[in-house]
Design a protein around this ligand. Structure first.
Ligand code: FES
Length: 72
């Protein structure tokens, strides 16, 4: 099993479990915890973390394994 699991939650954030290095766009390390939720809707006021704004904007995205194509 992988050391890190990232789950696209139903109509919400990415749930990250495991020890990761998270960097900003300049490559600076952002402090993290071993369990966190990253914004997937783009509306968080605390990016890259989820602040539950996805509920207010009624973000809709359900990721299903059979519909995902691996980027080449
Ligand atoms: S996914 Fe929760 S605020 Fe964007």
């Amino acid at each position: 099993m992988a050391d890190v699991v990232i789950r696209a939650t139903r109509n919400g954030s990415y749930h990250v479990k495991g020890k990761v290095i998270l960097q900003d766009s300049a490559g600076n390390e952002i402090p993290t915890k071993e369990e966190m939720w990253l914004c997937r809707c783009g509306q968080s006021q605390n990016k890259p973390f989820c602040d539950s704004s996805h509920s207010k904007v009624k973000f809709v995205s359900i990721v299903k394994k059979d519909e995902v194509k691996l980027d080449s």
